[in-house]
Design a protein around this ligand. Sequence first.
Ligand SMILES: [Zn+2]
Length: 83
Amino acid sequence: MTRCDSCGQGGAVLVSRPGSPEHLCGACESRAQIEERAAADLRAQLAHVLRAWAARWSADLTPASVSAARDTALRGEADQFTA
Ligand SMILES: [Zn+2]
């Protein structure tokens, strides 16, 4: 019996997900699908804000520095909601 890559329960099936395929049980597959929808929703909500922010700072920073500042800021903000 194939074990779930996420929780270890038996009866997992191979699921093709962005990145790499995984063996997931039904509960973990449902959770993963909800996480993917939540991530897509967040990306959609942030897209216009991030474009405007990047346009503002690209005059003063290289593209790599803009990306580094963005990643640092988003990581710090995300940490406040996951602690
Ligand atoms: Zn599982």
